[in-house]
Design a protein around this ligand. Structure first.
Ligand code: DLL
Length: 446
């Protein structure tokens, strides 16, 4: 990767101007050529794609300009499951250097594979993300993403190494030890889910360690939806800049898109390797840029597991407004949630991250919450469990008052009626990776 040092304000960071500031017409030409090759490759090598293209009455020859992609069928998680474990690979299995898999709550896991070339691209793109976030060669990167089949740990690991950083491969869990090593090794960059970063901040406080005074200055947080309210809370508690990083295993892992240090508004999606679309999840029709819908991604360079029009289920909008950082790649605005995580409470659609935005920073509350869904007669009911701030303990009567106050705020800001239970510090479960924000007790008949 040909990165070079650049300076923006007082902050210097690594940047690849040739690629990251490529004019739109050059990006379009690059994407068109790469996509044509990808379509040809999957049609020739993956029976599943050939069958689906044939059924839809399209062949790679039908693809001339980027908008022709809308003539091709979508790919979904179910296609990976149906072709478990290696059926969607476009290269002989012997050429696959690494496998990752999602644990999957039900049924078979989703298996993804990488050639040596794919691993190389992934490390490059993750290095690009670290650099865009403001990491520098030589920085110590404390990597608390889980190592193993989850793509977070190894994805961040090789990207940070590629940029020239020193990696601490600590993985998730053992939070007191994390706090000790963060301080002892003088890490500059923390990689974690936002909910686990919050857990680390809280444990540090209980241990009497002031992370604000440590050498930490950057957080690369992703793998789950989070709000700006949580960003501000983490920036304040950890004394850092918190950068949003996005990705998914089916497409590559972390590093598909990342915010820039300069602007922190929307994640630059790396268009030299991916094509981004948004669709209406109901009608499946493409949406104009700027409209909110489901993000659909096509890979342009993946060798082992190319993905054509993969329906991510993530809800967002795209922006091609010029970014003050100079990067030209499209911005994926903050992912509010997944359409399969959307709660429909008495006719009102709500994402957990919308509730988070109300709860975090609410006077007297700690930033920990969980949403419990139950059935009351024929209707779904929602209980939001929160904790009072340990610095300002509340008695029973005050908890009841606080609960009414929060209920009122949620109703007026989001329009849903829910029960709020204010608990004591430590009663809401803490995250060690991806937080479990919603506990659905409806299926148990409660
Ligand atoms: O979570 C990859 C990753 C690791 C991304 C570390 C960022 C950092 P999966 O386990 O396949 O891969 O989960 C992908 O997580 O479709 C989104 O629903 C969600 N997600 C990932 N990043 C973000 C983010 C990794 N920044 C799924 N904001 C995706 C909101 C995110 N949701």
């Amino acid at each position: 990767m040909s990165t070079q040092a650049a300076t923006q304000g007082s902050q210097s960071f690594m940047f690849d101007p040739d690629v990251e500031t490529m004019p739109r017409d050059e990006l379009t030409a690059l994407q068109t050529g790469r996509l044509k090759q990808t379509l040809e490759r999957v049609y020739a090598n993956v029976p599943h794609y050939r069958k689906k293209f044939d059924a839809a009455g399209v062949t790679p020859a039908a693809f001339k300009v980027l908008s022709d992609i809308t003539r091709f069928p979508f790919t979904q998680k179910i296609d990976l499951r149906d072709n478990y474990p290696f059926g969607l690979f476009a290269v002989p299995r012997e050429q696959v250097s690494r496998l990752h898999a999602s644990s999957g709550t039900t049924g078979k896991p989703t298996v993804v594979g990488y050639t040596k070339g794919d691993l190389d691209t992934w490390a490059d793109l993750m290095a690009r993300c670290f650099a865009s976030g403001g990491a520098l060669p030589g920085d110590i990167v404390h990597n608390a993403y889980g190592y193993g089949l989850f793509t977070g740990g190894l994805g961040a690991h090789y990207g940070a190494e590629r940029l020239g950083c020193t990696v601490v491969p600590i993985s998730g869990g053992g939070t007191e030890r994390q706090v000790t090593l963060l301080a002892d090794f003088k890490a500059k960059v923390l990689c974690a889910t936002p909910s686990y970063a919050l857990n680390i901040a809280e444990v540090a406080q209980t241990m009497g360690v002031d992370i604000r005074q440590s050498s930490l200055r950057l957080g690369m947080f992703g793998a789950e939806p989070w709000s700006d309210a949580l960003r501000h809370d983490l920036e304040d508690k950890l004394g850092i800049k918190a950068i949003d990083i996005y990705g998914l295993s089916e497409i590559m892992g972390p590093g598909v898109a990342c915010e820039c240090h300069a602007v922190q508004s929307g994640l630059h999606g790396w268009e030299d390797h991916f094509l981004f679309e948004t669709i209406d999840p109901e009608t499946l029709q493409p949406l104009p840029i700027g409209a909110t819908g489901e993000l659909v991604i096509t890979t342009l360079t993946k060798e082992a597991l190319p993905m054509i029009r993969y329906r991510t289920r993530d809800i967002t909008r795209l922006s091609n407004e010029p970014c003050a950082c100079g990067r030209t790649h499209v911005r994926i605005m903050r992912v509010t949630g997944r359409n399969d995580d959307m709660l429909i409470i008495r006719g009102v659609n709500v994402y957990p991250s919308q509730l988070e935005a109300v709860l975090i920073g609410f006077p007297g509350l700690a930033p920990h919450y969980q949403i419990v869904l139950t059935r009351e007669g024929a209707l779904d009911a929602i209980t939001v469990e929160v904790e009072f701030d340990p610095g300002a303990p509340l008695g029973d009567a005050e908890c009841a008052r606080k609960s009414k106050e929060v209920t009122h705020h949620i109703k007026s800001l989001i329009g849903v009626t829910c029960k709020v239970v204010v608990k004591s510090p430590g009663e809401v479960p803490r995250s060690q990776g991806k937080a479990v924000r919603v506990v659905d007790q409806r299926k148990k008949g409660n």
